[in-house]
Design a protein around this ligand. Structure first.
Ligand SMILES: [Zn+2]
Ligand SMILES: [Zn+2]
Length: 478
């Protein structure tokens, strides 16, 4: 009898809940219960295989100056630049040079009107802007030495494929298929990766280019709060993760200081600008184990990705870019920020990351710039492959970091601007690296700075940290 009544009552409650939701929706004019449509991407990845680098054959190059000399010796007169009709509509932009001999635009014919094909008068090379690169180098399959074909153009890279049926890579893959897989392959060849593939990045980004610190255009002495008040605000908002509104209320109720939550956010922006160069250029002592992870934060009502890279042993956050996209370029930037902090790149450098293919693509990008490191992907917490098992503890470390961040960040309810989000993240990183005792370090702060540690309380340490950052900036820029 009882179970039946309970079941009946539960159904009734569900029904009432439905009615309440419907009525509320009518009342407010929009549904309050729908989950946001736009959600961060969080689906399993198709396993991405990254092949070895191709053989890059640079073509025989000429020097147009030598060619011009040769011409003069042979013909007894110099080769003249291209004569263009005064009413000619086609021009050759001065930025364009012959890819083969380096002759300047004066020696280039605009071959077919304005379609962008050119011919060099000096060496007769025919080229256009698009195949400019292929005239500089030929990519060959490392397994069969046949020239690779460009098969796809993606946002950040071009995909090249070895289409040779006799290629040892292709043959090996073919022979490796079970008879069941062979049938499947006939039906859906796209599901299999059978051929050698190379991705050539078009990302215009030079790794390891040192960026010199810039002096922020602000003067903290012009803020209308005392350093101690600022220290209190930062402690409540960043260390304890209280919202800006609660922090403002606390300042009023406990300390008798009237300050709006907007002023709090503005002050924090200024402090973050001041701290960022110091946090980013600090000479950290590093280990050779690093892990990375992405987490989501909301900026202007949209999901953004925060990339954290972290020294797993020293517990120091090294890289924290915020990006609207979870793409290869963001991964490259995040890793580059870590590499920039190394005095030299260790021989067996390893990054432990999740299963996202962008990290393998990033690894490939750096390999193309002669920077090599290993990427270990830990795929999910339940996955039992050997790599996942071996590196799971490290992965868990960064997931713990993410939780710490989210705990402090949750109350801030997202950020009104890109600026605000970067500010809070910067402050969090400053707090995490310089002020927060870490249980795995026997209660020590990751970066031990005696001047900070001797101070009696947290507001004083924040004030000192800001002071250290200011002094450092002045030292760097004068
Ligand atoms: Zn030429
Ligand atoms: Zn091949």
């Amino acid at each position: 009898m009882y179970p039946q009544i309970i079941t009946y009552l539960l159904t009734f409650i569900k029904y009432q809940d439905q009615v309440i939701r419907t009525l509320l929706t009518f009342l407010i004019g929009k549904s309050m219960f729908d989950k946001p449509v736009e959600k961060p991407v969080n689906k399993p990845y198709r396993k991405l295989q990254v092949d070895d680098l191709p053989i890059i054959e640079t073509l025989q190059k000429f020097d147009y100056k030598l060619l011009l000399n040769e011409y003069q010796e042979k013909n007894g007169k110099p080769l003249k630049p291209v004569r263009r009709h005064s009413n000619s509509k086609t021009t050759v932009p001065s930025s364009i040079k012959c890819p083969k001999c380096g002759a300047p635009s004066d020696f280039l014919y605009a071959n077919n009107g304005d379609k962008g094909q050119y011919q060099c008068k000096v060496c007769t090379c025919l080229f256009n802007q698009k195949n400019h690169y292929s005239k500089e180098a030929i990519l060959k399959c490392p397994h069969c030495a046949k020239t690779l074909e460009k098969v796809k153009e993606r946002k950040d890279f071009d995909v090249f494929k070895c289409k040779n049926n006799d290629c040892s890579y292709y043959q090996k893959k073919q022979n490796g298929l079970s008879s069941k897989e062979k049938k499947q392959f006939k039906k859906d060849p796209q599901a299999f990766k059978m051929r050698y593939i190379f991705r050539q990045f078009r990302i215009d980004y030079q790794p390891l280019s040192k960026r010199s610190p810039q002096k922020p255009k602000l003067d903290l002495s012009r803020l209308y709060v005392s350093p101690h008040t600022l220290g209190l605000i930062l402690t409540y908002h960043v260390n304890y993760g209280l919202s800006a509104r609660k922090t403002a209320a606390l300042m009023k109720d406990v300390h008798g200081v009237s300050i709006s939550h907007q002023s709090i956010l503005n002050y924090e922006n200024s402090v973050a600008l001041m701290l960022k160069p110091y946090v980013d250029h600090y000479p950290y002592e590093l280990s050779d184990q690093f892990c990375g992870d992405e987490t989501y934060i909301r900026v202007k009502g949209r999901w953004h990705y925060l990339f954290f890279f972290f020294d797993a042993v020293k517990k120091i956050i090294l890289s924290y870019p915020v990006s609207p996209n979870r793409d290869t370029q963001s991964a490259i930037l995040a890793i580059d920020e870590v590499l920039l902090k190394m005095k030299e790149i260790p021989k067996n450098l390893t990054f432990i990351v999740d299963g996202n293919p962008i990290y393998l693509l990033a690894q490939h990008f750096f390999a193309q710039h002669d920077i090599s490191f290993d990427v270990k992907q830990v795929i999910g917490l339940t996955n039992e492959d050997p790599v996942s098992t071996e590196y799971r503890p490290l992965k868990q470390i960064i997931e713990r970091l993410n939780r710490t961040f989210k705990g402090n960040y949750r109350s801030t309810h997202g950020f009104g601007s890109d600026h605000g989000s970067v500010s809070f993240v910067t402050l969090f990183v400053a707090y995490f690296n310089f002020l927060r005792p870490h249980s795995a370090l026997e209660g020590k702060v990751p970066v031990i700075h005696p001047e900070l540690l001797q101070l009696p309380n947290m507001p004083a340490r924040w004030t000192k940290l800001i002071g250290l950052a200011q002094d450092w900036i002045i030292e760097q820029t004068t």
